[in-house]
Write a protein that binds this ligand. Structure first.
Ligand code: NAD
Length: 297
């Protein structure tokens, strides 16, 4: 019987556990605060930002919604980030991806004060993560690690194949899983668009994480019997629905479910965990910046 890994339920537990940290901060006179900075007109980004704002408010984290016109000069974004860096009442800053082409990505990643970089993408924080001393674990990989732990998957000595080598999912996840630490100690293979014979890798994996942005790329034939399957993908594909599309993952759910011992659905798997771990990082940032000892799950 294949288990469905319920990301909504695990994320709700994480949020519940985090409410203690909010109370500890409030008792110390600190209101944790996240600022999101949005500089594009894309509907999907707008939706992501408003979900993040709502998640914060529901938990008792103040959310500040900074908007920069997509046509504005790059300096407007960098000035806004510098102002947020300088404010003691702002503990976390997130610049919603993507920014317009005239705003260099590298500069955006470096602009946020590393102590407030709740995405964990600043080069200093990437370095700390790789060295096994993470300040902020990036939200999606951290959420996946929590899901695996919650599912009772022992990663120690396990063969994990990560499909995708992006800086926000594949690479940081591989780094976390390979570390000599709880939730790590795995033998990790990172596959990507130039991998020869992807199926040969995925078929020998105990855990397959699909984060390639290709709808339903990983199917049941590519899995070993009893594998644990984590589907990170969120792809809009045309469909005969009211909205004209539906969301599918990077895994062909039905065929994969027939072979897997456990699998995440899309939606309702990794996505809610990503959102919960942003709250986690914001509270970690608030605790560290104010010297308040918060206990995090
Ligand atoms: P990306 O586009 O930055 O990277 C995709 C990676 O997949 C690349 O490294 C590429 O080499 C690899 N790839 C592409 N085609 C491949 C193929 N045929 N075989 C093997 N590897 C291939 O993507 P990303 O930002 O890491 O996101 C991946 C997916 O996860 C997307 O669907 C995205 O929407 C989704 N996502 C979901 C969450 C979440 O919270 N659930 C968070 C981030 C991203």
């Amino acid at each position: 019987m294949t288990e469905l890994i319920d990301g909504e339920a695990v994320a709700a537990e994480v949020r519940e556990d985090l409410s203690g940290a909010v109370a500890t901060l409030e008792d110390a006179g600190v209101t944790p605060r996240l600022a999101t900075v949005l500089m594009n007109d894309k509907q999907a980004s707008e939706t992501y930002v408003s979900m993040k704002q709502r998640d914060c408010e529901e938990l008792g984290i103040a959310a500040e919604d900074v908007r920069i016109d997509a046509d504005a000069p790059a300096e407007e974004l960098f000035d806004a980030v510098a102002d947020l860096n300088a404010r003691d009442d702002v503990h976390g800053i997130l610049v919603q991806d993507p920014t317009p082409d005239h705003v260099p990505d590298e500069r955006v990643l470096s602009a946020v004060d590393p102590a407030k970089d709740v995405d964990g993408f600043h080069p200093e924080n990437v370095g700390k993560l790789v060295a096994g001393n993470a300040r902020f674990k990036p939200c999606t990989p951290h959420g996946i690690q929590k899901l695996l732990a919650h599912q009772g998957v022992d990663t120690e000595g396990a063969e994990v194949v990560v499909v995708g080598r992006s800086n926000i999912v594949g690479k940081p996840l591989a780094n976390l899983l390979v570390q000599k630490a709880d939730g790590g100690n795995a033998t990790v293979t990172v596959c990507h668009s130039r991998t020869d014979d992807l199926a040969a890798h995925t078929r020998r994996a105990d855990v397959v994480v699909a984060a390639c942005g290709v709808p339903e790329l990983v199917d049941g034939d590519m899995l070993s019997e009893g594998a644990v399957v984590i589907d990170v993908g969120i792809n809009r594909v045309d469909a005969d629905t009211e909205k004209g599309y539906e969301l599918v993952g990077d895994v062909d759910f039905e065929s994969a479910k027939a072979r897997a011992s456990a699998i995440t659905p899309v939606p309702g798997g990794v996505g809610p965990m990503t959102r919960a771990m942003l709250l986690y990082n914001t509270l970690k940032a608030a605790g560290e910046q104010t010297g308040v000892d918060v206990t995090l799950p």
